[in-house]
Design a binder for this molecule. Structure first.
Ligand code: ADP
Length: 416
């Protein structure tokens, strides 16, 4: 039997099939045909990804789940046809939704809820009259497979304002005029329904294949890492620095930019800093990052006190939109400058984990690493000194692998 995980990420999409033992049996990838955000190009991408799988794999698919970028949403009519172009995860046109309590993850200019409110306030009344479903990217794609609109999971719905602790929409949210657009929310990896017969027939997939709820792309990447129990954490060294830790309790702490996703009986607590690879890429090419890192003496301190940001504003572990970048003094020697950047980014990561533990997450036992910076052994060594926690390599870094595990029911802390 095979289980299919499909990831719609920021730059492209990927599908990974695994067997009952979590071994990868097939993998396909596809770039979006259009640079502009467009649901039709997502649909084409989904069909291409499935089409590219060998027929021998397709014939044995038992379950499928899809993850998408968090807070990428569409407004659809009652037939699930988009009434608008999608608004992407980083679209901040709406500004901060002031009626949302500051402790809610929906209290952000880029939240799904902020986008829904923007549509409500800006679309022509003829369009609004047809609006029926507010749909996350993963849910829109998943619906193409199962045909039961209006269902989401509590990871995608977090930035809509859904409360994963009470498993309900809070009263302040249900009092809003967009209330009728909100989806029914269930757990990630839960059964929705069998695949639609016409889709099954078109791709040679068994008609008993079950479509399950997915999650967000960053949670899927966490699931892919191999992190499996309380105290397991994943640091993503991508364009930004993102920390996630499995904790027995939820932590929501606005001053530190910490929020929590539910994962079965556990909580994924953490936050995203604006420091990270985007700052490194501003000063160095990938080749320079490799060659200069090799020349850093990690037994010595750089002696530089930085807060590496590209622009004003930080989210985590200090939530301060006015925090200014600190990148001076800049030494003439690029090796020392890079040393200072990596050392101070490691200190920000360490502060992040310290804040999580101080707020009750429990001990951090081991840290998996993902993202473009994971290959940098010098950074690894600096992080190891700053954190004092064992660093372990990720089992997989592809979000599609984590979503395949969700489809297969192989995530130990989510049982259905
Ligand atoms: P994302 O998906 O968040 O855009 P990736 O996980 O693809 O990012 O990682 C890209 C980042 O990795 C770039 O910003 C780059 O600075 C960083 N990177 C690439 N190679 C290295 C390296 N050798 N050392 C440190 N950082 C690196």
């Amino acid at each position: 039997m095979n289980y299919l995980g499909i990831d719609f990420g920021t730059s492209g999409a990927r599908a990974i099939a695994i067997d009952n033992t979590a071994q990868v049996t097939a993998e396909t990838r596809c770039q979006y045909p259009s640079q502009e955000p467009d649901a039709e190009s997502w649909r084409q991408t989904l069909w291409t990804l499935i089409d590219q799988l060998p027929i021998s794999i397709r014939q044995k698919i038992k379950a499928i789940a899809i993850d998408g970028t968090s807070a990428t949403v569409l407004l659809c009519d009652r037939n699930h046809i988009p009434l608008t172009h999608p608004l992407l995860y980083n679209d901040a046109r709406s500004g901060l939704p002031t009626m949302v309590p500051p402790t809610s993850p929906a209290h952000s200019a880029t939240s799904s809820l902020a986008k829904a409110l923007w549509w409500f306030n800006n679309l022509p009344s003829q369009t609004l009259a047809k609006a029926h479903y507010l749909v996350h990217q993963a849910d829109w794609l998943s619906n193409l497979l199962h045909g039961k609109p209006g269902i989401s999971d509590y990871n995608n719905a977090l930035k809509l304002g859904y409360d994963p602790q009470t498993l309900s929409y809070p009263d302040w949210l249900t009092a809003l005029e967009i209330r009728p657009w909100l989806p029914e929310v269930i757990a990630p990896g839960a059964l929705i329904s069998p695949i639609q017969p016409d889709v099954a027939q078109r791709f040679g997939i068994p008609t008993q294949c079950m479509i399950k709820t997915g999650t967000t792309d960053s949670i899927a990447a966490f699931l892919a890492s191999g992190a499996s129990g309380q105290g397991d954490a994943v640091t993503s060294l991508g364009s930004t620095l993102v920390l996630k830790l499995l904790s027995p309790i939820a932590i929501n702490h606005a001053p530190s930019g910490i929020y929590s996703h539910r994962l079965g009986k556990q909580w994924l607590v953490g936050g995203a800093s604006n420091t990270g690879g985007a700052v490194l890429s501003h000063y160095f090419s990938d080749l320079e990052l490799q060659s200069l890192s090799n020349l850093i003496d990690t037994t010595q301190s750089s002696g530089l006190d930085y807060y590496p940001l590209l622009t004003t504003g930080e989210r985590f572990p200090i939530n301060d939109p006015q925090l200014t970048p600190k990148l001076t003094p800049r030494p003439d020697n690029p090796v020392r400058f890079l040393h200072g950047l990596l050392e101070n980014m490691s200190a920000i990561e360490a502060l992040g984990y310290q804040k999580l533990t101080a707020l009750g997450s429990g001990e951090v036992k081991r840290v998996y690493t993902a993202g473009g910076g994971a290959q940098n052994q010098t950074w690894q060594s600096l992080r190891s000194q700053a954190l004092g926690i064992p660093l372990v390599p990720s089992r997989h870094t592809e979000a599609a692998y984590g979503t395949a595990c969700l489809a297969a029911g192989l995530v130990p802390f989510i049982n259905h």
